[in-house]
Ligand binder design. Structure first.
Ligand code: F6R
Length: 604
């Protein structure tokens, strides 16, 4: 979580540049933000300073315009998703050491900050925030204590490295020192990418779109690595101090893809992009697909692992493989994996599904599986992400940047690719392609303004309800869970998903007159039964919203979806995405940055 960006180069508006870049990372966290600029010293021999400004809330356009930043060629900025310490200006990053000599920005969690803080306080350090981060600034300052005035690149680097070796936990760090012109970045578990501009110009950020308008040439920091950036750069291992050589990679991503364009919100733009993204997800190299399918059919147990929405796609994979390939695969949420790791051995296969490729719980599950000898396979959207790079085999969703916190186009791309893999494992790749190409073309027809208007009418009708429910059977059960997540996270209406058959075992007690209940229907052998469940709800006063290929008598409101056979979970979730978006807008919520959430969950 948390967005971080830094710049070092010839431009003198470094502060402004990092703040504009930070706006593009706000989806990673938006509780508070801050910037640090190494001020240009106007008078010769005058002591240099680091200017720091921090605020709570999202970065407002107006606020940015009004902000008076000093000129400087070195700056860094941070947008926070609070973990340790409330959302206050004090707890916002950057954090400085006592003498403002060292300033840091951090994404992650320092697990041993309390004993370190106590130790430093005994040595006379005064802490002003409740965060775990501040300890890093004081630690580096302590290591620089014996050096007065300007410090060399090596001295600063050694002080930072020594401090990092005392910290336990996951992090991406940026360090600046008022007595040095060098920027230091370090990584253990949270993403950091270095952008190489023209003329010794460097960018460091948690995601590429933050600096994509300046450069598409990047180097990835791996775990346990740090980079020191002066006029030149040098990578080294944090533990050993040994230098590391890195390859520069050119990224083929267009800056416009990460912009809203004509849409009011990223969420709507990304919903509409599903006209193309399904095609892009299934347009894979046949050899790669067959290799993955073979890995699944030959594995000694396959475990699909993911979190949140991606976790629901993992559940859907169980149904796809069972129905199509007649195979058993397991699905586990990343955060629950530790209880199942005992079953992993050499020959087991783990398949991580993730949009970002950075989710800490999923990464930790993969690391645990890797230690036990499992083969790792990933299905990710972000190329070059941690999961992408740690996998033995990786398949990309090719959905383009997904910026809205609520996942939409990445979800359907994950569903499409997983379904295609099930067909491939059954030796029916061409049949799978045909089903999905047909579904993609039907989605193209479905996503038109009239369709949106029809769903808007429903949103207007139910916008003030307290609770709503979603039911489905078969593969529509994980889709009901996913539908509930979508409704919860952007509309803030209490929503829950259930397996249709489970309702009568308890949850049906929640239904009263007018309670909206979405029923996900596919034209398959679950149809009759789920319609009976809808009847049971209706008999208790529930308001039945049918998402189905055909109008059924039990529906009070019908949202048509095309009949696309086994791809039906993909088309069924789309109207719920639209409904969630419209409810959010009608309820005056920000659908792109819902409260308490962040796009990339890099903490446990
Ligand atoms: C909800 C949503 C989240 C993510 C989850 C995993 O709309 O997007 O539940 O699915 O945080 O994220 P990734 O896919 O990046 O691993």
């Amino acid at each position: 979580m948390c967005g971080i960006i830094a710049y070092r180069g010839k431009r003198t508006n470094a502060g402004e540049l990092v703040l504009l870049g930070l706006k593009k990372l706000e989806y990673r966290g938006y509780d508070s933000w801050g910037v640090a600029v190494k001020e240009e010293s106007r008078v010769k021999n005058q002591e240099s300073r680091i200017f720091v400004c921090k605020k709570t809330g999202k970065i407002g356009e107006l606020e940015l315009k009004k902000l008076k930043l000093p000129a400087g060629q070195l700056a860094m900025a941070h947008s926070r998703w609070a973990t340790h310490g409330g959302v206050t200006q004090r707890n916002a990053h950057p954090h400085a050491s006592c003498q403002n000599r060292v300033v840091v920005i951090h994404n992650g969690i320092i697990e041993n900050y309390l004993p370190l803080k106590k130790k430093l306080m005994k040595k006379g350090h005064t802490f002003i925030s409740e965060t775990d981060t501040e300890v890093a600034a004081h630690l580096v300052e302590e290591n620089l204590k014996k050096y007065k005035g300007k410090v060399s690149r090596e001295v600063f680097q050694t002080a930072v490295r020594k401090a990092l070796n005392e910290l336990k936990g996951r992090y991406a760090f940026l360090f600046m020192c008022k007595d040095s012109d060098v920027l230091i970045a370090a990584r253990r578990g949270s993403p950091l990418i270095v952008g190489i501009g023209e003329d010794s110009e460097y960018f460091v950020a948690s995601d590429i779109p933050a600096f994509l308008e300046y450069t598409n040439r990047v180097m990835y920091l791996d775990d346990e690595e740090m980079i020191t950036i002066g006029d030149q750069h040098g990578f080294m291992n944090i533990q050993t101090g040994k230098p590391i050589e890195k390859r520069v990679i050119t990224i083929h991503l267009k800056a416009e893809e990460a912009e809203k364009g004509k849409f009011e919100h990223f969420m709507l733009k990304e919903i509409m992009e599903q006209k193309e993204t399904i095609h892009r997800a299934i347009n894979q190299d046949e050899k790669l697909l067959k290799k993955v399918a073979k890995a699944i059919t030959q594995a000694f147990g396959t475990y699909f692992v993911g979190c949140g929405t991606a976790g629901k796609v993992c559940m859907a994979a169980e149904y796809f493989f069972s129905n199509i390939a007649k195979m058993h695969v397991n699905s586990v949420f990343g955060s629950e994996f530790s209880s199942f790791q005992h079953f992993i051995k050499k020959g087991s296969l783990m398949i991580a599904i993730s949009q970002s490729g950075e989710t800490a719980d999923t990464l930790e599950a993969l690391e645990a599986g890797q230690k036990k000898g499992a083969r790792l396979l990933t299905i990710v959207n972000v190329e070059g992400s941690s999961m992408d790079r740690m996998a033995d085999l990786s398949v990309h969703l090719n959905a383009g940047p997904e910026k809205a916190v609520a996942s939409t186009k990445a979800t359907t791309a994950q569903l499409a690719l997983t379904l295609l893999l099930a067909y491939c494992a059954a030796g029916k790749l061409n049949e799978g392609r045909k089903v999905l190409v047909e579904a993609a073309s039907q989605i193209n027809d479905m996503l038109n303004p009239r369709y949106e208007e029809h769903i808007l009418k429903l949103a207007q009708q139910i916008k003030n309800v307290e609770s709503m429910y979603v039911i489905g059977r078969g593969v529509n059960y994980p889709m009901a869970l996913e539908a509930a997540i979508k409704l919860q996270e952007v509309s803030y209406i209490h929503a829950e998903g259930f397996a249709g058959g489970e309702l009568k075992h308890g949850p049906i007690a929640l239904i009263s007159k007018g309670t909206p209940c979405i029923v996900l229907v596919s034209n398959d052998d679950t149809r009759e039964d789920v319609l009976s469940n809808a009847m049971e709800i209706k008999a208790r006063g529930g308001f039945i919203i049918g998402v189905a290929p055909k109008r059924e008598e039990v529906f009070d409101y019908w949202i048509r979806v095309p009949d696309v056979g086994s791809a039906s979970p993909i088309v069924n979730i789309i109207p719920v995405q639209i409904l969630a978006y419209q409810l959010a807008v009608l309820r005056k919520n920000d659908p792109d940055m819902p409260r308490n959430l962040a796009k990339s969950v890099t903490v446990k």
